[in-house]
Design a protein around this ligand. Structure first.
Ligand code: SF4
Ligand code: SF4
Length: 454
């Protein structure tokens, strides 16, 4: 087990983490998830990690949480269960290694919950275990270091990030032919982006700025990003770090006071900034957090612009957080139908969309993490490298299912709305030599928008 072998596991720290993190967060919802499983295994096929091994099935990964729960809260678990197995007060070294492995094989995609007859969100249980893992020091160092950079605010001292952001703003300025509105209060749209997006798809951000300008919108961009991919701590189970970052983000949103905070990213940051942040901070925002497809579909339906269609087969991949976790299914489809008469749905789409196997706790494509670490001058230990390599197999296996679906509908372009989905599906398409291009919907849409004459 790459992570566990990395450094000796501190079982005392793990015990404390189980007490402080796991047991302290068992509320009525978690209690239901722990108690209601009928072990039917219907969730197995929905999970993007099951094609790699059945041990990564949702119910099996969540079993660690159930064993901990039974040991303290059920009569059977306190007695027979401890003798014959099925209940654990704490974890042995071997079980700790299993925990450290399992928590990186869940993207919190929510697919298991939708097929479960008891509506159990195994992702929520695995997320709790991920928090235990972080607290016990079992998180791969490279991830912990990147998140710490975001939490401390020191990311802004890094020339690579500073220059990247300043180049992005210069290119936006070039694209719109005027100064980019920065940190303007009370705009209709606060166009939000993170360093991660600026690095992986600057062209999407530049084209989005161009669209806002073409449509004559009252908008503003950020003179300085609020983090690397805020709140990145949520992905690795660093709840306290995520809280620090969410406070920073909320303060900025509140100060800017826009009508909409608009994201081009529909991954975990969408659910985090739309829901989690306000829930955790116990605040009621005066702004609305939306994905770029939601606003564009609204403006399109209000006839602010037309879309000149393309003559090719295009398909849409529903990012799990934007779709299944937030219910944004129709807005991208309004745009997709306008973009091509040959828009075809993937065999698994909507609530049944098959996860790309990255994002959430599943991380990104390993080479991306390695490249980022290299660019930041962060050393990657042999063990971290081993861990990153181990994340490749699920990506390849889940990618096969996605590529087969893309080939089935004969799409020449797969459009989506999340940087990590683009990265991972793009990887799979290359790996299996499929013909489709994988892009953010903005890449195609930006060239097809025609402003209506009023
Ligand atoms: S589908 Fe639900 S009830 Fe069935 S095994 Fe999975 S978590 Fe348990
Ligand atoms: S939330 Fe998604 S990745 Fe996690 S166990 Fe369920 S199906 Fe698998």
């Amino acid at each position: 087990m790459a992570v566990a072998e990395q450094e000796a596991i501190n079982l005392e720290a793990l015990k404390r983490a189980i007490d402080d993190v796991f047991y302290s967060q068992i509320d009525s919802t978690i209690l239901y998830y722990l108690q209601a499983c009928v072990n039917c295994k219907a969730c197995e096929a929905a999970c993007p990690f099951t094609p790699t091994s059945l041990k990564y099935s949702p119910v099996n990964k969540a079993e660690i949480a159930r064993q901990l729960y039974r040991s303290r809260f059920t009569v059977w678990g306190k007695t027979v269960g401890r003798v014959i197995g099925g209940s654990k007060k704490y974890l042995t070294l071997e079980e700790a290694e299993t925990l450290a492995d399992y928590v990186w094989h869940c993207t919190n995609c929510g697919a298991c919950m939708f097929v479960c007859p008891m509506a159990i969100d195994s992702g929520a249980l695995i997320d709790l275990l991920r928090q235990v893992s972080f607290k016990a020091g079992l998180t791969p160092k490279i991830y912990a270091d990147i998140v710490q950079l975001e939490v401390s605010g020191k990311y802004w001292d890094i020339p690579l990030f500073k220059e990247g952001w300043s180049n992005l703003i210069s290119k936006m300025k070039e694209a719109i032919g005027k100064d980019v509105p920065l940190d303007k209060k009370n705009s209709e749209v606060l166009f939000y982006a993170s360093i991660y997006e600026a690095m992986v798809y600057p062209s999407v951000l530049i084209k989005t700025a161009k669209i806002l300008d073409t449509l004559g919108k009252d908008w503003t961009f950020m003179s300085k990003p609020l983090g690397i991919r805020p709140p990145a701590g949520l992905v690795i189970g660093d709840k306290e770090g995520a809280l620090t970052v969410m406070k920073r983000v909320y303060e900025y949103f509140t100060e800017m006071s826009p009508k909409y905070v608009m994201l081009t990213a529909g991954g975990f940051e969408y659910t985090a900034l739309r829901y989690t942040m306000h829930e955790v901070l116990k605040v009621r925002p005066k702004y609305e957090v939306v994905h770029v497809t939601e606003l564009l579909a609204k403006w399109y339906e209000e006839k602010e612009f037309e879309i000149e269609p393309v003559d090719e087969v295009i398909t849409w991949h529903d990012p799990c957080q934007l779709g299944r976790r937030s219910g944004v299914f129709e807005a991208p489809r309004v745009l997709m139908r306008a973009l091509s008469k040959k828009f075809r749905e993937l065999p698994s789409h909507g609530v049944n969309s098959f996860c790309c196997s990255r994002g959430g706790g599943g991380c990104g494509v390993p080479t991306m993490t390695e490249n980022m670490a290299k660019a930041l001058g962060m050393p990657i230990s042999e063990k971290d490298k081993e861990f990153l390599d181990s994340t490749l197999k699920p990506l390849i296996n889940a990618g096969k299912i996605k590529v087969d679906e893309i080939n089935k509908v004969k799409a020449s372009q797969v459009l989506t709305g999340c940087p990590v989905c683009i990265e991972s599906i793009g990887f799979a398409v290359d790996y299996y030599h499929a013909n489709a291009k994988v892009n953010h919907i903005i890449e195609l849409l930006a060239d097809r928008i025609r402003v209506s004459k009023k």
